[in-house]
Design a protein around this ligand. Structure first.
Ligand code: DCT
Ligand code: MG
Length: 510
């Protein structure tokens, strides 16, 4: 039975009788001594409050009649976090940061369980984004702290791979991808930011009330959330999935070397399948696209962590043969803890090597793999890095480091996996690998940039620009107020320069 109903269905007569008996708990009745509750009357009403207080006391909870310094948990009904904070400020509570602000649903679950249940995000009241930090701007009082305030910037949120809103985030990612295919930037940003903020929530959205106070959810987005809550799916997402243009772009862009321009061209020419495109004698393919078609099956089946680890060993062996002191870090999604990826990204740097050594390294590594028969494709981009140039303002600009995009032939025997290799006769898998070589001075910036996620990086740059008057890119951080570059040896130092709490790589899955 729903415990909430159990409380609501209590007959009136009984309630008033209990109300009369209302009293502060006797010390011997208190079973749970770490918590001191106060139930807010506002919007709950006197009768229900008295009933809940009495019930909680009978279950061994300490419940105060008045708000006092000993209170640790505030329970409210039909109030948002901002409503409760406002009320606390009227009560002249200076520091509300130590108080847990909880929805009545938490208390009701406790009543059902007969003990305090874990407080999760769905119980915790969220403070609205626009809530002022301090009620009177001139005042010296410590601002009543923003409890669980969710930032509009992904770099101020912790986003693990534990996504409990997948039903919504999948929908918004499809809509974002469709906007990208249609080159509608505004709509892309709307949907990708919605997906990103929902991924960071520690609780699943089950009703529209749960969306209160969450930034990046405009009316359009909320309408879609509501439809998914009510109908189990969104008609807009369904329409996109059935849309021929979306289906073709999805199919075409999955080929290595095929972007929006080529997809558009093939779609307009009337192509609908990859086999027809491959067969067509009049089409010219780039070297990258040829490799993309040749290794298509391997490349669309994702890279597993075991495969990524095997590539890591290959990269370390080859790099250290030439630069023993080099630092090699697997970046991208795998550094964020993902179990699969579309490629494996590496950042290489070396504290003690000449510029010439650095310039030569990737070429030597590639030659070695070529000799060993491990190289299926490679494409070099030489460095265009200029040290004194200001960082790029573009949020999506590619960096200037020397890099090599490769397809490696990874022998099955090098993969430590319990899965037997599927294809008979073929004892290897083609794997996409990106190698990036960066000067040692900027390795912290390069590491931060190449760890991603893309949305996390975009918001870091946006935050630097709009909130700090700084420019951040994969090479450097420039402070426009001080007119100087800010040096950093580690990612932690970059977050500190930006005035941000440090976010671990596995919390950057925005
Ligand atoms: N990156 C960047 N600028 C680019 C491209 C990428 O800063 N122009 C960063 C963001 C993520 C990281 O590099 C790796 O990129 P991807 O491999 O595309 O992403 P991923 O997060 O590793 O995801 P996947 O698992 O699909 O490889
Ligand atoms: Mg990657």
């Amino acid at each position: 039975m729903d415990p909430l109903q159990a409380v609501r269905l209590e007959p009136r007569k009984k309630r008033s009788r209990q109300m009369g008996a209302s009293r502060t708990s006797l010390p011997q009745d208190v079973k749970f001594r770490d918590l001191v509750l106060f139930i807010l009357e506002k919007k709950m009403g006197t009768t229900r409050r008295a009933f809940l207080m009495e019930l909680a006391r009978r279950k061994g909870f300490r419940v105060e009649n008045e708000l006092s310094d000993s209170v640790t948990h505030i329970v409210a009904e039909n109030n948002s976090g901002s409503d409760v904070l406002e009320w606390l400020q009227v009560q002249k509570v200076k520091d509300s940061s130590q108080l847990e602000l909880l929805d009545v649903s938490w208390l009701i679950e406790c009543m059902g369980a007969g003990r305090p249940v874990e407080m999760t995000g769905k119980h915790q009241l969220v403070v609205r984004q626009d809530y002022p930090a301090s009620p009177n701007p001139g005042s010296q009082e410590a601002p009543a702290l923003a409890v669980h305030r969710i930032s509009e910037y992904a770099c101020k949120r912790r986003t693990t791979l534990n996504n409990c809103n997948r039903i919504f985030t999948d929908a918004f990612e499809i809509l974002a991808e469709n906007s990208e295919f249609r080159e509608n930037e505004d709509s892309y940003v709307t949907f990708i930011r919605a997906a990103s903020v929902l991924k960071s929530l520690p609780f699943p959205i089950v009703s529209m009330k749960d969306t209160e106070g969450i930034p990046c959810l405009g009316d359009k987005v909320k309408g879609i959330i509501e439809e998914i809550i009510e109908e189990g799916e969104s008609s807009e997402v369904k329409a996109v999935l059935n849309d021929e243009r979306y289906q073709c772009f999805k199919l075409f862009t999955a080929v290595f070397g095929v972007g929006l321009k080529t997809s558009e061209k093939w779609f307009r020419m009337g192509f609908r399948t990859l086999s027809k495109i491959r067969e067509d004698k009049s089409l010219k393919f780039t070297r990258m696209q040829q490799a993309g078609f040749r290794y298509y099956e391997d490349l669309v089946s994702c890279v597993t962590r075991a495969e990524a680890e095997a590539v890591d060993v290959l990269v370390k062996e080859a790099v250290r043969a030439y630069l023993p002191g080099a630092f090699i870090t697997m970046t991208g999604g795998f550094r964020r803890g993902k179990k699969i990826g579309h490629d494996v990204d590496f950042l290489i740097t070396s504290p003690e090597s000449t510029e010439e050594d650095e310039q030569q390294l990737l070429h030597k590594v590639v030659n070695l793999w070529e000799k060993k028969g491990l190289l299926l494709y490679h494409d070099f981009m030489e460095s265009t890095f200029e040290k004194l140039k200001q960082p790029s303002r573009k949020v999506d600009a590619l960096d200037h480091f020397q890099k090599c995009f490769l397809i490696l032939k990874l022998p099955h025997e090098r993969v430590d996996s319990d899965r037997p290799s599927q294809q008979e006769g073929k004892n290897w898998k083609a794997i996409r690998v990106d190698l990036v070589m960066c000067p040692y001075e900027c390795h912290a910036f390069a590491l931060l940039g190449w760890t991603g996620s893309r949305q996390f990086e975009r918001d870091l740059r946006r935050y630097a620009t709009h909130e700090r008057r700084m420019i951040l890119d994969n090479h450097a951080l420039y402070d426009k107020t001080k007119r100087m570059f800010l040096q950093a040896e580690s990612e932690e130092e970059i977050f500190a320069h930006l005035g941000l709490d440090y976010i671990e790589p596995w919390e950057r899955n925005a």
